[in-house]
Write a protein of this length. Structure first.
Length: 191
């Protein structure tokens, strides 16, 4: 198979991993992580968590995607002492204010970069976790300790080229780190 040829999607919409994938078929990374640059790179949606919970998840891809959680405010963050997120398996997602402050990336509006093989389902889990339901979406839990978490926006980029959602997420995280002195987004605890 030549790099320019396409392959059929695997079950559940996941893009197949392929040694034949060509970077020529991959979209460029955003110039920066400003909203305009993310939109130019193909990120769409831009919905709040309350909008997603109220039905806007229907607009999210049902296949693989990478997504960003975007904080529109440029003001210094205020952190909550307790995390309102769900207690999955009885675990409290609350972390210390010192841990939250240490992870904050000054000047960045993107507070989390994630991926999903079934984006609408994963975003529903993330939204439900933030609403206090005991679901398994521990990743990104720091966003719920932002006092303005209800103002955060979620945007996604459906992965429709020869790359997995995880590989695209890794490229986005590496690019973010390159632009921010090696730091990951605030709520990305691992890369």
């Amino acid at each position: 198979m030549l790099p320019s040829q396409t392959r059929a999607r695997s079950p559940r919409g996941a893009a197949p991993s392929s040694k034949f994938a060509s970077t020529a078929t991959m979209p460029p990374l955003p110039e920066s992580f400003a909203r305009a640059d993310l939109e130019a790179a193909g990120f769409a949606g831009w919905r709040s968590w309350s909008e997603l919970r109220a039905g806007a998840l229907r607009a999210a891809p049902s296949g693989p995607a990478a997504y960003v959680v975007y904080r529109p405010s440029s003001a210094a963050p205020k952190f909550l002492g307790a995390n309102p997120g769900g207690r999955h398996k009885g675990q409290d997602p609350t972390v210390t204010l010192q841990a939250l402050e240490a992870n904050w990336v000054p000047g960045s509006h993107v507070v989390y970069i994630g991926k999903a093989n079934v984006a609408d389902r994963r975003l529903k889990q993330f939204a439900d976790f933030g609403a206090g339901k005991p679901v398994g979406h521990w990743g990104g839990r720091y966003i719920w300790q932002l006092a303005d978490s209800d103002e955060l926006l979620v945007a996604w980029h459906e992965v429709s080229w020869m790359e997995t959602a995880r590989d695209y997420e890794k490229r986005l995280l590496a690019h973010f780190a390159q632009l921010h002195g090696g730091a990951r987004p605030y709520a990305n605890l691992v890369g």
